[in-house]
Design a binder for this molecule. Structure first.
Ligand SMILES: Cc1ncc(COP(=O)(O)O)c(C=O)c1O
Length: 425
């Protein structure tokens, strides 16, 4: 990436974890140019060749019987709402949804409610909350029930069952979960958790909805987190990497579920043939270059190096993730695990000055105090080469040394800035 002053950057964010095939992949550009010669807009009711091809492509990409597809050109929040509507169609009378602590599903009104509270969105956060019940996400590094992941037997699933039994006043249509949490802190669900969750959902006639906005299309070292864990959901939500840089969202659902009637899911711009052509090209690039396999190998390389760094740097509390879906949690002390929020912010700023773009988990201010935002995300395009990845990690390590030595006055200054920027205008 190059800025207007000609400075070069290695982008470890892939622009909101979207450009899995890289910036301006030539195949995507060619498909878009070709499609633009024929048709740039058509209303939702008219099928087009790119739309039908994309529906068929998506219907063959994921495990389980996920063959019903609805597309949009708005992205993840809209696709999550479509998944919620689909669940309500299939569970008539049920309007409640279970969602996880720290989850993020979008900034539309319904998805703000379904997401963990974010300071910038606080004035809208109360709307629709009567339909939402939360349960603790299985965050093993900070286990919500203080168990040892090696011996806990996934006891946290009992908390989900309690939320089902006692948390909701109305029937539950669906449970929405990121199989690996992104904005909440790069937190993979532990092995066995999703299988247990699915069994629980089905026992209570609740549809299991995966938000794979971030995890699909190679990012985690497989085509989807459903494939990675071997546990398909009933409904899957896709966006980001799907469009190869163009806005596409999708809901992919079990074939035996009822679909939408025409008016139940439509928008003026929801069937854009150019964006669908881009998505088709991006999927082919992902498969041809085996980007899932590439992400897996590069991810192993990066996490091995980060774990090595962890041995010398007490600031690194945890290194987690798979593929190029990596989180490095910074803590003031590995015993107390106090989040090193200010140092993480400084790390991102200093790395940017050194030409590497990292990002952090989402901001949060509770009762005037910044919490978390201490997880550095490493999620570059899956086309990044070894040299670029090594360079990004060199910068990470150099900058880490610097932030470990920051004086209290600098940390206080960062804290004040964080609180001010989190307050609603
Ligand atoms: C897991 C997840 N779900 C949903 C969304 C919302 O997607 P969009 O911003 O396209 O509405 C995001 C965006 O970051 C996300 O990370």
């Amino acid at each position: 990436m190059r800025d207007t002053a000609g400075r070069e950057y290695i982008d470890c964010t892939a622009q909101a974890w979207t450009l899995n095939v890289g910036y301006c992949h030539p195949d995507v550009l060619a498909a878009v140019a070709e499609q633009m010669r024929h048709l740039t807009h058509i209303r939702y009711g008219f099928p087009t060749i790119p739309r039908i091809k994309l529906i068929n492509r998506l219907a063959s990409l994921f495990p389980g019987n996920l063959r019903r597809v609805a597309l949009n050109n708005q992205g993840g929040g809209t696709a999550i709402e479509a998944a919620m509507k689909l669940a309500m169609i299939n569970r008539p009378g049920a309007t409640t949804f279970l969602v996880a602590y720290r989850g993020y599903h979008g900034a539309t009104l319904a998805t703000i409610s379904a997401s963990h509270y974010m300071p910038g969105l606080m004035r809208f956060s109360g709307w629709g909350l009567e339909h939402i019940v939360r349960f603790p996400y299985p965050y093993c590094y900070r286990c919500p029930i203080h168990r040892d992941p090696a011996t806990c037997g996934l006891a946290c699933l009992e908390l989900v069952e309690q939320a089902i039994l006692y948390g909701a006043n109305t029937p539950i249509a669906g449970l929405i979960i990121e199989p690996m949490q992104g904005a909440g802190g790069q937190i993979p669900t532990p092995p066995g958790y999703l299988a247990g969750l699915k069994e629980l959902c089905h026992r209570y006639d609740i549809l299991l909805i995966y938000d794979e906005s971030q995890t699909a299309f190679g990012r985690v070292g497989a085509m989807s987190a459903a494939e990675y864990y071997g546990v398909p959901p009933d409904i899957m939500v896709l966006t980001k990497g799907l469009g190869g840089g163009f806005p596409v969202g999708a809901v992919v659902a079990r074939e035996d579920l009822k679909g939408f009637t025409y008016l139940e899911e439509h928008t003026t711009f929801g069937a854009n043939p150019v964006a669908f052509a881009a998505a088709l090209a991006a999927i082919e690039v992902t498969l041809r270059l085996d980007l899932p396999g590439r992400a897996r190998l590069l991810g192993q390389r990066a996490t091995a190096r980060l774990r090595q760094m962890q041995e010398d740097h007490p600031l690194i509390g945890d290194v987690r993730g798979s593929g190029l879906f990596i989180g490095v949690e910074l803590v003031e002390d590995p015993e107390t695990k106090v989040p090193a929020t200010e140092r993480a912010t400084a790390l991102v700023e200093l790395a940017m000055e050194r030409g590497v773009i990292f990002d952090l988990d989402m901001p949060n201010v509770v009762h005037g105090l910044p919490t978390r935002r201490n997880v550095v995300k490493i999620k570059p395009p899956l086309t990044i080469n070894e040299e670029q990845l090594d360079r990004a990690l060199d910068v990470f390590e150099d900058v880490l040394e610097g932030v470990a030595r920051l004086p209290d006055s600098a940390l206080e200054h960062i804290r004040r800035k964080m609180i001010e920027s989190a307050m609603p205008r």
